[in-house]
Design a protein around this ligand. Structure first.
Ligand SMILES: [Zn+2]
Ligand SMILES: [Zn+2]
Length: 412
């Protein structure tokens, strides 16, 4: 009968035209409906606990309460299992938590974190653990009344360390053992990262990434994009410092192979080729070549190398020093990235005959270097159209020259 009343009350609530509510009514409803949902969760869990204790599921030929909930209430396996564990824990070990949830003073996520974390510790320690939990429960409920669930989890972890430092340590060791970072490259050259770190290792990575993710004034990047950029910048700076271990007889760096046609963005040109991830747009190769070490390779009709030139820096060290002194950092309006985080950009690209002189160079951070090239490419497509104004006197040699650019510029 009670459930019948609940059903009509909920029907009334669902039937309300929510667009007709005033802001004040909306706020009041949001708070109160949420609270009643939590109270209902408590009422539901209390029933699950009795259902479980009486093994009612067995009469339906289910293997367990969780299995029964999965099939009849259509809960996911994880959800069903965590609800049954919580129902038992609230019934047997956490009466004050159950009461607070029943009153709508704490939420289901709060109750869940107390049951899962504190319940797990109590189970591990047996009788002394159960006693410790009984003593500490009011502290957890107080915390839940004031804090977010994740912060309540922190309170519980501190308690766990106090009563069972060995268990806490082996948990941390296990989390460290389970660390991994998968890096896979798709056939399109897109690199996927997926990983898991223990608390200490994660803090190291977060500290480094967070220091580089602050948005700049003109920043339209999402938080995810800023984190990705920070991660790339960290890797790039490590390469640029040149103190990483040597592999294959060379300091680690990235290499792009590109034909002269592609550097000049001629119509029908081939893409550039990055050693590890494959083809990239000719425009990308052109941007990478803007500030790089270059090896010129003359190839014969069957692409066999006939002559390999010396590897030289596009920007000589003295010019770079002068440029750092003049620009001090990224010259994009409003950007304050320091010089060490920039590329030297040729205003008139060297592949088009632009000189490597101070007057033709400006410092740009990687993001603004990309933006500048994107802008130039949009406003300067004459090469692609085969503009007759471009000198073509070396046209016959274009097919037999390719260039290797090594854009990690700092190591000689
Ligand atoms: Zn450039
Ligand atoms: Zn910038």
């Amino acid at each position: 009968m009670l459930v019948g009343e609940l059903r009509s009350a909920v029907e009334g609530l669902v039937g309300v035209d929510v667009h007709s509510l005033t802001d004040a009514e909306l706020v009041a409803d949001l708070v109160e409906v949420r609270r009643q949902i939590d109270r209902l969760e408590a009422a539901w869990l209390a029933r699950v606990a009795v259902f479980d204790a009486r093994h009612v599921y067995a009469s339906d030929h289910a293997a367990s309460s969780a299995a029964w909930l999965r099939s009849v209430c259509r809960l996911s396996p994880g959800d069903a299992a965590s609800r049954v564990r919580a129902a038992r824990c609230l019934r047997d070990q956490l009466p004050a938590t159950a009461e607070a949830l029943g009153a709508g003073d704490i939420s289901w996520p709060h109750a869940k974190v107390v049951c899962e974390q504190a319940g797990k510790v109590a189970d591990r320690l047996g009788e002394p653990g159960a006693q410790a939990l009984t003593q500490a429960e009011s502290v957890f409920v107080d915390a839940a009344l004031q804090l977010h669930p994740a912060d309540v989890g922190r309170v519980i972890r501190r308690w766990e360390h106090v009563i069972d430092a060995d268990g806490f340590l082996s948990d941390a060791d296990r989390a460290f053992e389970r660390r991994y970072l998968n890096i896979s490259t798709s056939w399109q050259g897109v690199v996927h990262l997926d990983g898991r770190l223990d608390a200490e290792s994660g803090a190291v990575v977060l500290a480094a990434i967070d220091s580089l993710t602050a948005p700049t004034p003109d920043d339209a990047r999402s938080a995810g994009q800023r984190r990705a950029d920070a991660f790339i910048e960290l890797s790039r700076q490590a390469l640029d410092r040149g103190d990483l271990p040597v592999t294959g007889g060379e300091k680690p760096h990235i290499t792009v192979e590109v034909t002269l046609d592609s550097l000049e963005r001629r119509l029908g040109c081939e893409p550039g080729e990055l050693t590890r991830t494959g083809p990239v747009p000719a425009d990308t190769a052109r941007r990478l070549a803007c500030d790089a070490s270059i090896t010129r390779i003359i190839t014969g009709p069957d692409s066999e190398p006939l002559d390999v030139g010396r590897r030289t820096r596009v920007i000589p060290a003295a010019v770079r020093r002068a440029l750092y002194l003049r620009d001090k950092g990224c010259t994009w309006p409003g950007c304050d990235y320091p010089a060490e985080w920039t590329d030297a950009h040729h205003i008139h690209h060297w592949a088009d005959g632009g000189p490597t002189t101070l007057a033709n160079l400006r410092l740009l951070c990687r993001r603004h270097h990309r933006a500048q090239h994107h802008h130039d490419q949009q406003h300067d497509s004459h090469h692609r159209d085969g503009d007759p104004g471009i000198p073509h006197d070396d046209r016959n040699h274009h097919d037999d020259q390719s260039w290797f650019a090594h854009p990690a510029h700092a190591p000689p």
